[in-house]
Design a protein around this ligand. Structure first.
Ligand code: PEP
Length: 220
C-alpha cells in the first residue's frame, strides 16, 4: 500500500503564509508515496491551483457538513467544493469532537457525505472509541475509509506514542474496519517518524506540517 503523508494545517496560516509554504515545498515523491494537504477552507483554491500539476499530491478538507447541499447556514458540503479536486476529508478529529462536540453519529454522517461525493474519509479515532465509532458507520462504508489512530495524549504535546502500541492499535482498527489503510498521528516529526512508517500506512501531521521544509523532511 502507498504511504500517505497528511498535512493538517488546522486553523493556521494566512494567504501569504500559504503562498510561502507552497514556494518552499520541494519534494521528489516516490511511486508509493502520496502527500495530502488539508488547508483551512478559504485557502483551498490557492492550494488546489498550485498542486494541480504535482503528481501524487492531493487536497483534503479538515471537516465536512453532515448534510447535503441546502439550507444549512455556515456549513460546507461536497457540492460547494466541486471543481477544487478535494480527494480526502479529515473527519472526527479530536479537536472537533472536543471543542465542537461532534458525536460519533455526526462523524458517521460526514463519512456518508464524503463517500457519496467522491472523497475518501480520513477518520480520526482514539483507541477507546474505535468500536463505538465504527458501529454507527454504514457497514458497507467501513472498508472505504482511511483511519487515523490519534491518541489524545500525543496530539500537539511532543509525547508521541510508542510504535509498538501504534502497531497493536492498527491491528485493532483493521479488525473492526477491515483491511483499511491506518495512519498514525500525534507529535510526528522528522526525527521520530521512521518506526511509524514500518507499522502503518502513513502519518497525519499537525505541527510539523506547518513548515514546508520540516514537512518535506518527513518524506523519504
Ligand atoms: C493532528 O493535528 O492531528 C496532529 C497529530 O497534530 P500534531 O502532529 O501537532 O500532534
Amino acid at each position: 500500500m502507498p504511504k500517505l503523508f497528511v498535512a493538517n494545517w488546522k486553523s493556521n496560516k494566512s494567504l501569504e503564509e500559504v503562498k510561502q509554504w507552497l514556494n518552499d515545498f520541494h519534494v521528489e515523491l516516490k511511486d508509493n508515496q502520496k502527500v495530502v494537504i488539508a488547508p483551512p477552507y478559504p485557502l483551498l483554491s490557492l492550494v488546489a491551483d498550485k498542486i494541480k500539476d504535482l503528481p501524487r499530491v492531493f487536497l483534503a478538507v479538515q471537516n465536512l457538513s453532515s448534510f447535503p447541499a441546502g439550507s444549512y447556514t455556515g456549513e460546507v458540503c461536497m457540492r460547494n467544493l466541486e471543481g477544487l479536486g478535494v480527494k480526502y476529508a479529515i473527519l472526527g478529529h479530536s479537536e472537533r469532537r472536543r471543542y465542537l462536540k461532534e458525536s460519533h453519529q455526526d462523524v458517521a454522517n460526514k463519512i456518508s457525505q464524503a463517500l457519496s461525493n467522491g472523497a475518501t474519509p480520513i477518520v480520526c479515532v482514539d483507541q477507546d472509541y474505535i468500536e463505538d465509532q465504527a458501529r454507527v458507520i454504514e457497514p458497507n462504508l467501513l472498508n472505504q475509509c482511511v483511519v487515523a489512530y490519534e491518541p489524545l495524549a500525543a496530539i500537539g504535546t511532543g509525547e508521541n506514542a510508542p510504535a509498538d502500541k501504534v502497531a497493536k492499535v492498527s491491528k485493532e482498527i483493521k479488525s473492526v474496519f477491515g483491511n483499511v489503510p491506518v495512519l498514525y498521528g500525534g507529535s510526528v516529526n522528522p526525527e521520530n517518524i521512521t518506526p511509524y512508517l514500518r507499522v502503518t500506512d502513513g502519518v497525519l501531521v499537525g505541527g510539523a506540517s506547518l513548515d514546508a521544509e520540516v514537512f518535506a523532511k518527513l518524506i523519504y
